[in-house]
Design a protein around this ligand. Structure first.
Ligand code: ADP
Ligand code: MG
Length: 238
């Protein structure tokens, strides 16, 4: 079974067509990276998968179920944003627990899952702090933790490292790769960083102007870019 199948997905805002007939599959456990210039529709595509926007037409199938009209919380996915989107008045622990409380999970389950994520992300010293008392890298780990505790089948990351400095970016990238191995979940990851794309991806999807330009493994795209546009994104010599 595929983790995600998009069939003829289109999305317009008013009369502006932002996604144009997107067809795409993500296999179970696969790490898929979306790259493409600013404004090409990467975030919109993630939001359509997450259910934060409705597709104008086409189907969004997650784990074998058509999810077009299913609300975000019931799609078995979790999303991590560039801006962290943490609640400033809640502690680290409560930020991570909030989604599970909303799902009405029992306290024992919440404590167990949050405890596991805290350990995995090395946040033990920070659980009682508020986001304003954390560094950017720590905040992003909390945001990742908040996604992990939901135990999603599919993670969506929208440029999660863009606000971090170079050293933290590398550390967090390695952490995300480790999480992918540990959790054996499927991941979709948007970035404009070539190193992130080449090192994290099983499969890279190059988007251009709301369409899929090329799909392939990092090596396939590097060695055989379909055109100058793809080559430009991956630093290959076409
Ligand atoms: P990317 O993430 O690749 O930079 P986006 O998906 O954010 O691109 O945006 C793609 C296009 O859709 C842009 O032209 C943007 O202005 C437009 N867009 C995104 N969200 C909305 C919205 N809610 N209403 C109108 N236009 C939007
Ligand atoms: Mg974006």
């Amino acid at each position: 079974m595929t983790a995600l199948t998009l069939t003829n997905v289109c999305k317009s805002f008013g009369n502006v067509e932002v996604l144009k007939d997107i067809n795409l599959t993500v296999e179970e456990g696969e790490f898929v990276v979306f790259v493409g210039p600013s404004g090409c529709g990467k975030s919109t595509l993630l939001r359509v998968i997450a259910g934060l926007e409705d597709a104008t037409s086409g189907t969004v199938d997650i784990g074998g179920t058509v999810m077009n009209h299913i609300p975000p919380a019931k799609r078995g996915i979790a999303m991590v944003f560039q801006s962290y989107a943490l609640y400033p008045h809640l502690t680290v622990r409560d930020n991570m627990a909030l989604g599970l409380k909303q799902e009405k999970q029992p306290k024992t389950v919440i404590d167990e899952r949050v405890g596991k994520a805290v350990e995995m992300l090395d946040l033990g010293a920070y659980v009682d702090r508020r986001p304003s008392d954390l560094s950017g890298g720590q905040r992003q780990r909390v945001a990742i933790g908040r996604a992990i505790v939901r135990e999603p089948k599919l993670f969506l990351f929208d440029e999660p490292l863009s606000n971090l400095d170079a050293a933290l970016r590398m550390n967090t990238r390695i952490e995300i790769a480790e999480l992918h191995r540990t959790l054996s979940a499927s991941m979709i990851y948007v970035t404009h960083d070539q190193t992130e794309a080449m090192t994290l991806a099983d499969k890279i999807v190059v988007l251009r102007d709301g369409q899929v330009e090329q799909v392939g493994s990092p090596m396939e795209l590097y060695n055989n870019p379909a055109n100058q546009f793809v080559a430009g994104f991956l630093g290959s010599p076409a």
